[in-house]
Design a protein around this ligand. Structure first.
Ligand code: HEC
Ligand code: HEC
Length: 196
């Protein structure tokens, strides 16, 4: 938190970028299979979460994962459940973990998908230009997450946090796209993204 207040988010993003490029070279081939297994307990064996409100991380852009792990470690985005796993995480290990999960195939959860909500969500996604940052397939890029095939419950939870300004350390780029949307709109967007 103090780190965020003092230096702000742009520096952290810059740091994450630097770590990503140097770490990728340094850490290649390093095995962290034990650490990966601890992640799988919550995020799913193949990186696809089966647990409520826990995001899938399979197929996320590696840069997004590194960035979020560092934001969590520095307590810019404090996540209690993640604390023990990021506390002593070395930058180069974050890169290895990110590269591992980025390579896994994202799979939709078995939550119920409502076709009429999907249609409404698609129209909202076009109107709000979600694809301009998350890409038209919503697969994400660089520091922007994949939201396609993400869990519905986690999407709803995080969209509400962005809209209501309650996600600590959130990228302010995500405030404008959801401004003024109702809970029903967010549910429709979540259904659409999850259905892709
Ligand atoms: C005890 C359960 C648990 C374990 C173990 C765990 N996580 Fe998490 N993780 C969570 C929760 C819960 C969140 C979502 C926090 C939120 O709602 O903002 C999260 C969020 C994340 C995110 C951000 C994803 C996003 O879409 O915003 C990443 C990346 C991540 N975890 C990676 C890991 C890695 C890598 C490991 C292993 C080193 C790990 N997690 C271990 C529970 C866990
Ligand atoms: C101007 C670029 C931009 C636009 C437009 C945009 N996003 Fe985002 N989005 C981001 C960034 C950057 C993040 C990462 C947030 C962070 O790091 O705090 C993000 C994060 C998210 C997350 C969190 C996912 C996770 O795994 O934690 C969701 C959900 C999301 N966006 C949905 C949407 C939807 C739905 C729309 C359209 C209504 C949209 N975004 C439009 C840039 C954008």
């Amino acid at each position: 938190m103090e780190f965020a207040g003092k230096y702000g988010r742009p520096l952290i993003l810059g740091l994450a970028a630097a770590v990503f490029w140097t770490g990728a070279a340094l850490a290649q081939g390093g095995s962290l299979s034990e650490r990966i297994q601890t992640c799988e307990v919550c995020h799913g064996e193949d990186g696809n979460s089966r647990m409520e409100n826990i995001p899938s991380i399979a197929g996320q852009p590696a840069f997004f994962i590194v960035n979020q792990l560092i934001l969590m470690r520095e307590r810019v985005r404090p996540v209690e459940a993640m604390e023990p796993f990021v506390k002593d995480l070395k930058d180069e290990d974050a890169v290895v973990l990110a590269n591992h999960f980025a390579k896994l195939t994202p799979r939709p959860s078995d939550e119920k998908i409502d076709p009429s909500l999907v249609k409404r969500g698609e129209a909202l996604s076009v109107a709000r230009r979600c694809g301009s940052c998350h890409l038209p397939t919503l697969a994400g890029q660089e520091q922007i997450p994949r939201i396609g095939k993400q869990r519905v419950d986690y999407l709803v939870k995080s969209l509400k946090e962005f809209r209501d300004g309650t996600r600590l350390g959130a990228d302010t780029n995500m405030s404008v796209p959801v401004v003024g949307l109702s809970d029903a709109d967010l549910a429709a967007l979540a259904q659409y993204a999850a259905s892709l």
